[in-house]
Unconditional design. Sequence first.
Length: 250
Amino acid sequence: MIKFKKYYPDEFRKLRNAGRVSSKCLDYIEDKIKPGITTQNIDEMCVKFLHKHNAYSAPLFYRGFPKSICTSVNHVVCHGIPSNKTLNEGDIVNVDVTSLVEGYHGDTSRTFCVGKVSVKAKNLVKITKEALDRSIKILKPGVHLGNIGNEIQTYVEKKGYSVVRDFCGHGVGKEFHEEPNILHYGKNGTGPKLQEGMVFTIEPMINAGKHETKVLNDGWTAVTKDKSLSAQFEHTVGITNNGCEIFTLS
């Protein structure tokens, strides 16, 4: 049986504060992501923003991760490491920020379009965001975990896309990663039921091609095996007595 930590109203307040910092950080960089910027530039801007708001980067040195945020470009699915790589017109880039504020984590990500992108890329980003939004709308006590993945999988596969299976959402709060794991595919009516006080991320990674991925030699960067585009959006949510609260809402 899956054990999960129950969070209480005062802790929801702290989770809300952490989530707000992370979402505002993404708001801050949005109009700065243009052709010519490097992913290292984005990392540096996010670090300055977090420090200005009395927050720390949770990913920095977590299990050896070398940077403060993740930047995943085009066919990179997740955990891309910021570098001197320049973003070009037509790229898409997911920026994943997790702030640590007063001992609580706020984990969120968005996929940004760099300049004018192709219709194919724009549609992938749009559908990925819609899949996340649709899965959040069903959240309330008593809903099975499998329903979350089913909502995402059913929606994106009808649109001709695939759901990454090698990575998932997770419980989050005082620890960066807690129980339960949140799969982005599945069957309705399966898995444990949601309960008030649960806090977790939903972060679907959706591919334009097949769902298979591989991790590069750096031990972190996950890419699509077929080199197809991949997009991701992520929110941290808490289950309330009659629904849910999105802690990382912009």
